[in-house]
Unconditional design. Structure first.
Length: 312
């Protein structure tokens, strides 16, 4: 099976940005996951940070004329180290799958069992993976991307106020980051996914960069909203977490609205992702002014079962 496209892998995030930055900047909201993750890795490496022991690569997809048309990556710390597959032609997605499988085998990395991103491209990528490995495929968490251009703050506002987290809040922020995805899956009626807490990133680093806010009521922290630093003029909010005992009071609406307004006031665009199956978060964000941009899919591969051995 041939393709008019070509794939080039990068281990260096700065090099990937040099080659593909113009493409990411052209649609910065749609590209916010790749852009923010790549910028974060580039900042870490520039500061002398260690290279992680999990798979960490970027794949630039070019058309027959050598024009960059897509950027894929595998950077998620937690298993199954999901591959990000943005919109691209089906033949390019299939070529990417074959190239990624070859790279995975050569590096001895964990197998490709999860892909997330553009619905048609992820399906083509996963179908090619299954053609080579066998097994079955199922859907994981379905994502929806939202953007807000104007914010409607809750009226009346809940009691309390927002503030930046400090290192005095490190234990609490670490704990809440760790439980965020498990509880989000529970709200959507799914079992928690293996490795999901690690995808949020280190709490200390997020606090030190000034990207974690807390809602405080009479000295008690009741809610957390975090955001990524701007990438190509776009700030992506998340995670957003309220412990069960504090839900239903409007804290998430109030703090997300406050953080989003700060982003817009600074001259940046603001976006976030929700789980399409989580009616609570979708209702909250729509209520303060976020509008859907696009839907994405996560496909999870279950390897083929080993053939049974016959007893002698």
């Amino acid at each position: 099976m041939t393709s008019a496209h070509s794939i080039e892998f990068f281990d260096d995030p700065a090099a990937a940005l040099d080659v593909a930055g113009d493409l990411l900047a052209a649609e910065p909201v749609v590209s916010s996951i790749v852009a923010s993750a790549t910028h974060q890795a580039a900042r870490s490496y520039a500061a002398g940070g260690p290279r992680p022991d999990h798979p960490m690569w970027w794949a630039v997809v070019r058309d027959a004329d050598g024009v960059v048309v897509a950027v894929s990556m595998r950077t998620m710390p937690g298993a199954p180290h999901t591959v990000w597959v943005p919109a691209m032609p089906d033949d390019a997605a299939r070529l990417l799958a074959r190239a990624a499988m070859d790279r995975t085998a050569q590096a001895g990395d964990p197998p490709l069992t999860s892909a997330n991103g553009s619905i048609p491209a992820v399906r083509a990528f996963t179908e090619e993976t299954l053609r080579a490995t066998g097994g079955t495929v199922g859907e994981g968490r379905p994502d929806r991307l939202w953007e807000a251009t104007r914010i409607a703050r809750p009226d009346p506002a809940p009691s309390g106020s927002g503030r930046l987290a400090t290192l005095d809040d490190l234990d609490l922020v670490t704990e809440w980051f760790a439980v965020f995805h498990a509880e989000a899956d529970a709200q959507a009626g799914r079992l928690p996914e293996e490795g999901e807490p690690q995808r949020i990133g280190g709490a200390r680093g997020r606090i030190e960069e000034g990207s974690v806010w807390l809602w405080d009521v009479d000295g008690e922290v009741v809610h957390l909203t975090a955001a990524r630093p701007p990438s190509f003029g776009v700030v992506r909010i998340g995670p957003v977490y309220t412990p069960a005992e504090h839900r239903g009071h409007g804290y998430a609406s109030a703090l997300v609205a406050e953080v989003a307004q700060r982003v817009l006031d600074d001259g940046n665009r603001v976006c976030l992702y929700t789980d399409r199956d989580n009616p609570v978060s979708n209702r909250v964000y729509a209520g303060i002014g976020f509008e859907p941009v696009l839907d994405q899919v996560n496909l999870v591969v279950s390897p083929a079962a080993a053939p049974a051995t016959r007893a002698s």
